[in-house]
Design a protein around this ligand. Structure first.
Ligand code: ATP
Length: 246
């Protein structure tokens, strides 16, 4: 089973998902290098969220395997997958509105990866990484969209993941907020967390990613460095029907 080299944190082979009559993902392969930031892009409905839902155990795979640190995780429950070190920041942030930023991030710290931890320290580090420390005592309901997105990522970071899956962390953000989010995600990576993000903002995803995976209609059509991806004719064709690249 330990076939994975130690530089790969997450590996998918033949990952497929069928929803009744719809083949949402077909034979997807991926190797996520440990310590990297990778991107996952594709037109609307391509299957990006479905792939993250398979990795985190929200849906069972129809076929294929997913290995994390060399061990199979397909078939494990979502809570187990979180405890072994895969965190997720959702596209639609749902913080507890009447709780403070500190309290919301603390929820992540209480439920994350197994092992010893100092909850206060974990919360403070997550807020600090995401530039939220000055808002610690503010209620979530009073935050701007930009700060809410940071809170969602901070909550996931507080679970102390080895791998963070971030679903559209820049959605709805303006240029300045997007740049801040990119900086925050770099800091998260720099302190040892591998990051894989789904992102529609092409400039953002291309500026931050070491490797980009492109799926279209459930099939991986390209994978590589950002400068190769933006010039790939299959990627350009996939986007011409939907929205422009860059
Ligand atoms: N639970 C489900 N039951 C049935 N079909 C589903 C389910 N979840 C997703 N799908 C379908 O699978 C396909 C892929 O959807 P998915 O949400 O993964 O795409 P996406 O790439 O994340 O899109 P977007 O960029 O719009 O978020 C779509 O056709 C969608 O309707």
């Amino acid at each position: 089973m330990m076939t994975m080299d130690s530089d790969t944190i997450l590996r998918g082979r033949g990952v497929s998902k069928q929803f009744r009559g719809l083949r949402a993902l077909s034979d997807i392969e991926f190797d996520i290098p440990r310590g990297s930031i990778c991107g996952l892009i594709g037109p609307n409905g391509a299957g990006k969220s479905t792939l993250f839902n398979l990795i985190t155990g929200y849906y069972p795979l129809t076929s294929g395997t997913i290995e994390f640190n060399g061990a199979r995780i397909d078939g494990l429950a979502t809570t187990r997958i979180s405890r072994i070190g895969i965190g997720r920041a959702f596209q639609i942030a749902k913080p507890f509105p009447d709780m403070t930023v500190y309290e919301n991030v603390r929820v992540g710290a209480l439920f994350g990866r197994e092992g010893q931890r100092d909850v206060k320290e974990v919360v403070e580090q997550a807020m600090n990484l995401m530039g939220l420390s000055h808002l610690a005592q503010r209620k979530a309901s009073s935050l701007t969209v930009g700060s809410l997105r940071k809170l969602e990522v901070a909550r996931a970071v507080a679970t102390r993941p080895e791998l963070l899956l971030a679903d559209e962390p820049c959605a709805g953000l303006n240029g300045t907020e997007t740049a801040e989010m990119i900086e925050c995600l770099r800091r998260v990576r720099d302190q040892g967390t591998t990051v894989w993000l789904v992102e529609h903002d092409m400039r953002a995803v291309m500026s931050i990613s070491e490797r980009v995976f492109v799926i279209d209609a459930g099939t991986k059509i390209a994978e590589g460095a950002p400068d190769v991806i933006v010039n790939d004719p299959r990627v350009i064709a996939a986007y011409l029907g939907a929205e422009p690249v860059a």
